[in-house]
Write a protein that binds this ligand. Structure first.
Ligand code: TRP
Length: 328
């Protein structure tokens, strides 16, 4: 017996990287315990990319490949594109009628992003962007999900979703929506190869689909102890990104490795080679699975179609209950 219902989603912004792996691994495990729905939320991508839509289609494909590569199983849970289940849109519209303006205006990400993107000369202060959390609430509530695995940055949106669910239940005197709780996974914060936050836009990421050569290229870029020029120079593992990775990957001989570094016994190239091998071992099964699906566009289409069809069954059921509660 599965415990409850989960919805989670990601905006199709491009290839995922190894920093996303812990989140995906968590999803993979949850598939056996919950009724899960996983959505590629393309309408959310439009909130910031409305003037730059040509990449969204390809990004959806890349995201699906990364998800399948990491082990999401379409036999266990529907995987679909948000815009192919129109009920998300209908619920968003109906929820927007009961959402006080002050609630959306005070969501912290709203102000932050307007300021951040505004400083890059981009005006995203649209009606749709203001409604981002309402759409996200609709994504979750349309499946009457009770659990949402998300990162910490999404907690305000989850709080918003609960408030909206409560308001709906109160206004229409029903118990239709559960108040969904966040499920925070233990996320290993892998830094980018240059030590900044890992991000595709900084080109300091290691993509999930990276080849052995690409992994090695990126690992070579990793910033090591700047005071160490020759192998015999004593190293300082605590300032070295390669060491941070060895730590996060729980290298069995971590102590020996750092001693050898401090004593100038192991060179940075050798140390990097070892790390590249560990990352390669981790990514090989993902890459192989990804490649298996990559050459099967028909299968990918079917996965999304079947996913949307199954998601729709639950979403349609919810919408019937919603209309009835609202007497429309
Ligand atoms: N806002 C989420 C993010 O940026 C993406 C998202 C949209 C989502 N709808 C969702 C996540 C519903 C969980 C549940 O990561």
């Amino acid at each position: 017996m599965k415990k409850g219902t989960i919805f989670s989603g990601m905006r199709p912004t491009g290839k995922l990287h190894i920093g996303h792996l812990s989140v995906l691994k968590n999803w993979v495990e949850l598939q056996d315990k919950y009724n899960c729905f996983f959505g590629i939320v393309d309408w959310h991508a439009l909130t910031t990319a409305f003037d730059n839509t040509e990449k969204i289609q390809e990004n959806k494909r890349l995201m699906l490949l990364d998800w399948l590569g990491a082990g999401l199983d379409p036999e266990k849970s529907p995987i679909f594109v948000q815009s192919s289940v129109k009920e998300h849109g209908e619920l968003h519209l109906l929820l927007s009628m009961i959402t006080p303006l002050s609630w959306v205006e005070r969501v912290p990400t709203y102000k932050d992003q307007i300021v951040q993107l505004g400083s890059q000369g981009k005006d995203i202060s649209t009606y749709g962007f203001l409604g981002y959390p309402v759409l996200m609430a609709a994504d979750i509530l349309v499946y009457r999900a009770d659990t949402v695995p998300v990162g910490e940055d999404q907690l305000p949106h989850l709080e918003f979703t609960r408030e909206l669910a409560r308001r709906f239940n109160h206004l229409y005197n029903c118990k239709l929506f559960p108040e969904p709780q966040a499920q925070l996974a233990k996320v290993a914060m892998l830094p980018g190869v240059d030590g900044r936050k890992m991000s595709k836009s900084y080109n300091n990421d290691i993509p999930l689909g990276a080849t052995t050569e690409e992994i090695w290229e990126k690992v070579q870029m990793m910033v090591t102890d700047p005071a160490r020029i020759k192998k015999s120079d004593p190293g300082h593992p605590e300032v070295c990104i390669v060491h941070t990775y060895h730590q996060l990957y729980h290298a069995l001989d971590l102590d020996e490795l750092s001693d050898d570094c401090r004593q100038g016994k192991i060179g940075c190239v050798q140390c990097k080679k070892r790390l590249a091998k560990v990352i390669d071992q981790q990514l090989t099964p993902i890459r192989e699975k990804r490649q298996y699906y990559e050459n099967k566009p028909k299968l990918l289409r079917e996965i999304l179609e079947t996913g949307a069809r199954d998601a729709k069954i639950k979403a349609t059921e919810t919408m019937t209950l919603v209309r009835s509660a609202m007497k429309i």
